[in-house]
Design a binder for this molecule. Structure first.
Ligand SMILES: C[S@@+](CC[C@H](N)C(=O)[O-])C[C@H]1O[C@@H](n2cnc3c(N)ncnc32)[C@H](O)[C@@H]1O
Length: 226
């Protein structure tokens, strides 16, 4: 651990300070202020969602990873691309609402293109049906990305391609998770995609709320576009 690594109590205070932000714009402004310390702070939280998502994608994807084009939605600083690169994926396009998070992602050199966009305010700024894999990690939760963006993720994916999503399963996100799952099921009934994996993970990340202790749980979903 480096000398300037934050303590768990400090990181908890940073995250709790963001809970008062109710609109997406306020949340994204919070990420603008957090960008510089985000990677080291989420390491303190034992935030494993990017590696769990990348492992699940790797289990199901059987195509040419070098050639595959991945759309990383709410890419933040680039932790998901970093993990997917370890599994052999080489081409990434990133979208995020926070200019400062995108700046850190740009410095990583992992992305061939990065776009600033508020998710939930109009269409995704990408071509429909272009991407082999579309992934969204750590952003489908209450107060962040609205559930209906899930349809945009599906539209952006090539037929036969994969969509990977994560969400938290702790108390304050249960209502959001239920509405996300209703939409995922509805889209399966509309034969837009089929579920190939649903994993509930108990030790998702360290709890930061005053009511929870230890680790909170979370979930990874993988759908295949029909
Ligand atoms: C917890 S971070 C996750 C970043 C990255 N996927 C990861 O796992 O490290 C959430 C990201 O979602 C972005 N975000 C949240 N709500 C958004 C919205 N409505 N529109 C665009 N970006 C949003 C934030 O700017 C932030 O970069």
């Amino acid at each position: 651990m480096s000398a300037d690594t934050n303590t768990f109590e400090n990181v908890k205070a940073v995250i709790l300070s963001c809970h008062k932000n109710s609109t997406s714009e306020e949340k994204v402004n919070f990420y603008n202020t957090w960008a510089e310390n985000y990677d080291q702070d989420v390491a303190v939280l034992d935030y494993r969602a990017p590696s769990l998502a990348a492992n699940s994608i790797s289990t199901h994807f059987s195509g040419d990873r070098e050639a595959a084009v991945v759309l990383d939605v709410a890419c933040g600083t680039g932790l998901v691309a970093q993990q997917m690169k370890r599994h052999g994926f080489g081409h990434f396009v990133g979208i995020d609402g926070s200019q400062a998070m995108l700046e850190v992602a740009r410095e990583s050199g992992l992305y061939q293109d990065l776009k600033q966009c508020m998710l939930g305010e109009g269409q995704l700024p990408v071509q429909w049906g272009l991407f082999d894999v579309v992934v969204i990690v750590g952003a489908f939760s209450v107060g962040q990305v609205p559930v209906d963006v899930v349809r945009e993720l599906c539209k952006s994916t090539k037929p036969g391609g994969y969509i990977c999503m994560t969400t938290r399963s702790n108390h304050d996100n249960l209502q959001y998770k239920a509405s996300l799952e209703r939409e995922l099921k509805q889209m399966e009934e509309e034969e837009l995609w089929t579920c190939v994996e649903y994993s509930q993970v108990e030790d998702w990340e360290r709890a930061v709320s005053e009511q929870e202790h230890g680790y909170i749980s979370g979930a990874v979903y993988i759908y295949k576009k029909l």
